[in-house]
Structure formats: structure tokens, C-alpha cells
Design a protein around this ligand. Structure first.
Ligand SMILES: [Zn+2]
Ligand SMILES: [Zn+2]
Length: 431
């Protein structure tokens, strides 16, 4: 067997083992009655159709927004520009992946050859196929979920063998919990109870921000197009219930840290607690405010303001794996904000927007005088102007669309700016 050059850092952790056992038991015994776990591993390995792919981190723009958001003039990271050179593509805007030609049968055999006999024997189903590039789907009885780590490692080894690199910044890791007696998917005895499902949707909607945070093993978080922040039977939902089972499409790949699959399992078990006849309502539900899911790339884009941070902290306490602290989860995801820092940034933003408000107001006031004078002169020379604009103010209004700023208060202006600063908001949920 080829030497494993990845640094997996898998350490025995007694608390984790206990929590995983508890999660397995819960998934089996809870009303959902999970029997098997189906995991889809995908990545672009360049084994066919190799070449350059647009970097999804910067969408080919070669730069990404600095964490300071351009608010800190002497920011050491960006020199106050507000932008930094894109890290995943090294500022090239594209990533070249070019590997050896390997067909699906070769990849399938390779993966099965690089796991233990025990793990191989536990498989209910496995298949390698080309979807975009390389996808390996496998199903294990839920009690053997730990074997998934071997398959994720083998997938890494396959990428190494193909030798063209591994592009994952558009890929996710779909995880379905099956509940048919034999663990087949779809159809074949999988089922959902409509009352429990309704309660699950109601509770989990409020926990969506925390679920998105926990779904990333690091600071990456891909676009929302194929995993809208909702639970529904539309295929492209964070939790898709279309096949009468819960398919968690929200998760990111965890090739660099395969044992993250165990964290994911514990998170999933915690979500299944809400699949119940009784609607389980936390005291913070409907109290935090409107959460806008911003599309783009990077995990920190979701958690920049106070409402977003509060929604995260409230939800993470109920969904996180019991053996990890919030500080640890933040560290793994390179997320270093806290309420004090967020308030500091908000205050900086307020000052910045207030300055803008005063400057804009001043220039609009000056423009108003300019157009008033122009109107006065204009009606003398051109009487038709009076027909189109009976008063000077109607003329001014037509010439300056931003005139309303003179009536607007500063706070109103700042709030409007803050809303605009959340670009590409894909869905707003009242948390
Ligand atoms: Zn890039
Ligand atoms: Zn900066």
C-alpha cells in the first residue's frame, strides 16, 4: 500500500467515542429510526476533461474581501485596501487540475483496495462515477459510521494517485440518514411522519445559522445555490426531504480532517431530536431578529453583525458535538469574532456611514441650490420648461434622485447602508 502523505491527525478521544456511540444509539432508537448513513464524496481530480477551473473563492476576480471589510485604514492584512490577493488560487483567478486518465472502474477498485477488509465488508452500497469529475458514494450501517473515515482517507489517496491535485471549493459532502430496514436509497421503505416533519422544519429553521457553521470543518463555506438554507422537498435545500429521508446537503467536504465526519454525525443526531410529535421550542426562537444568508464564499460571511452572531451562539449550544467547546469550534474554523469585536466594527461602520451621510447631504443641498438657480434662468429663456415642471422644486426633484436624503435622518441612512452592505442575500429567516 502506498504511504499516506496526508497529515490526518486522528487522535483517540474518549469523550468523542462515547458521544459517537450515544449519537448512533439515538439515531437508531429515535422516532426517525435511522438504519444507515449514505455519504457522497466529490472533488475535481482532473482525471478526465482536465484543465483550468474558475476559482470559486474569488469567482475569478483574483482578489477577495479582507476581513476588515475596508473599515480599518491601517489594516496590516490589506494595507487599508479592503481587498487581499485570493489565497486558494494565489491571485490567478483560476486553478489548474490535470491528472492521469483513470476510469471509474479503476477508481472504485483503488478505493476498495485502500480500506480495511472490515470496512469493505460493512458496505451496503458503493459506487464511483463521473459527475463533474469524481464522485464516490457509499452506504454503511449506521453503527459502522467510523468506517467512513477510512473511505475518506482512501479518496484522498486516490487523488494523490491521479496526481493532478484536488479542487474542492465548489464541492460539498451530502450525507443522508436512511431509515429503511436494509438501508437502501431512495424508496424501498424510507419514510417520514408528516407531523414530526412539520415540527422538525419549524425548529430547525431557527437553528439554520448554527447548522451552516457546524457544517464546515474549516473556514470554507461554498455558495448556496445547491443548498438553500431551508428544509424542504426541493432538491437544493440544506436539508432535502424529497426522498422521504433527510439528506443533509449542507455539509462541506472534510478531506483534510476525515474524522470531522464523526462531528457531523453528532450534529445530525442533535438535529433529529426535533423530529418529534412535540414541537420543541427554545426560548430564543423568534427573539433574535432577521438573519440574511449572504451568498458567496467563506464561512465568516454569515456571521458579521450582532444579530448573526447571536443566532450562531444560541443555536451552536444545542447542535454542537458535546466533546468540543465553542472556542475550539471557532478556532477550527478560523473565526475570531466575538460580541465585543463585532460591536467595535459596528461602531466603526456607524462612524463611516455617518461621515458619508453628512458629506452626501451637503453635496445634495448644494446641488439643490444649483438647479433652483438653473430653473429660474431656464424659464425666462424657454417657456416650455414651465409646462413640464410647474415649480422649481419639481424640476429639482427630477434632476436629483437622491433628494430625499435632505429629509432622511442619519439613523435611517445608516440602517439603509447596512442592509445594502449585505450583498446577495439569498434568504432571510426570522431567528
Ligand atoms: Zn481565487
Ligand atoms: Zn484589511
Amino acid at each position: 500500500m502506498k504511504k499516506n502523505t496526508f497529515n490526518f491527525n486522528y487522535k483517540y478521544n474518549r469523550d468523542r467515542e462515547k458521544a459517537v456511540d450515544k449519537a448512533i444509539l439515538f439515531i437508531k432508537k429515535c422516532p426517525y429510526k435511522g438504519t444507515a448513513i449514505k455519504i457522497e464524496l466529490e472533488a475535481f481530480l482532473g482525471r478526465y476533461n482536465p484543465g483550468a477551473r474558475t476559482c470559486s473563492s474569488c469567482s475569478g476576480r483574483m482578489e477577495t474581501i479582507c476581513k476588515c471589510e475596508g473599515l480599518i485604514k491601517d489594516c496590516v492584512t490589506c494595507d487599508g485596501r479592503g481587498y487581499i490577493v485570493c489565497v486558494p488560487c494565489d491571485g490567478k483567478g483560476q486553478i489548474i487540475v490535470q491528472g492521469k486518465k483513470r476510469d471509474d472502474a479503476y477508481c472504485q477498485r483503488f478505493i476498495l483496495d485502500h480500506v480495511s477488509k472490515k470496512a469493505r465488508d460493512h458496505l451496503i452500497f458503493s459506487k464511483t462515477y463521473a459527475d463533474g469529475d469524481t464522485e464516490f458514494t457509499f452506504t454503511l450501517p449506521i453503527q459502522y459510521v467510523r468506517d467512513a473515515i477510512e473511505f475518506i482517507k482512501a479518496f484522498n489517496l486516490l487523488a494523490e494517485d491521479i496526481g493532478g491535485g484536488m479542487l474542492t471549493n465548489g464541492s460539498g459532502m451530502h450525507i443522508a440518514i436512511l431509515n429503511s430496514p436494509t438501508g437502501v436509497y431512495p424508496g424501498g421503505g424510507n419514510h417520514l411522519d408528516s407531523r414530526r416533519y412539520k415540527n422538525f422544519v419549524k425548529s430547525m429553521t431557527h437553528l439554520m445559522p448554527a447548522l451552516f457553521f457546524l457544517a464546515s470543518p474549516d473556514d470554507k463555506s461554498r455558495a448556496l445555490g445547491y443548498r438553500q438554507p431551508k428544509i424542504s422537498s426541493d432538491k437544493y435545500s440544506a436539508i432535502n426531504a424529497g426522498h422521504k429521508i433527510f439528506e443533509y446537503r449542507v455539509f462541506e467536504t472534510c478531506y483534510q480532517r476525515p474524522e470531522a465526519i464523526l462531528d457531523n454525525l453528532c450534529v445530525i443526531a442533535n438535529t433529529l431530536k426535533y423530529y418529534s410529535y412535540r414541537y420543541q421550542k427554545h426560548s430564543f426562537f423568534n427573539k433574535i431578529g432577521e438573519f440574511g444568508f449572504e451568498d458567496g464564499y467563506g464561512l465568516d460571511r454569515f456571521f458579521k453583525n450582532e444579530i448573526q452572531y447571536r443566532a450562531l451562539m444560541a443555536g451552536i449550544r444545542v447542535l454542537k458535538p458535546s466533546y468540543k467547546t465553542i472556542a475550539q469550534l471557532k478556532r477550527e474554523r478560523n473565526y475570531d469574532l466575538n460580541l465585543a469585536k463585532i460591536r467595535e466594527r459596528d461602531a466603526l461602520k456607524d462612524t463611516l456611514y455617518a461621515k458619508e451621510f453628512h458629506a452626501e447631504r451637503k453635496s445634495v443641498a448644494e446641488l439643490k441650490e444649483y438647479y433652483k438657480a438653473e430653473y429660474k434662468e431656464g424659464v425666462k429663456e424657454n417657456p416650455t420648461l414651465k409646462q413640464s415642471y410647474p415649480t422649481s422644486i419639481s424640476y429639482v426633484k427630477a434632476c436629483i434622485p437622491e433628494l430625499s436624503i435632505l429629509k432622511e435622518g442619519k439613523d435611517q441612512y445608516i440602517n439603509k447602508k447596512k442592509k445594502l452592505a449585505l450583498r446577495n442575500v439569498s434568504k432571510v429567516i426570522n431567528i
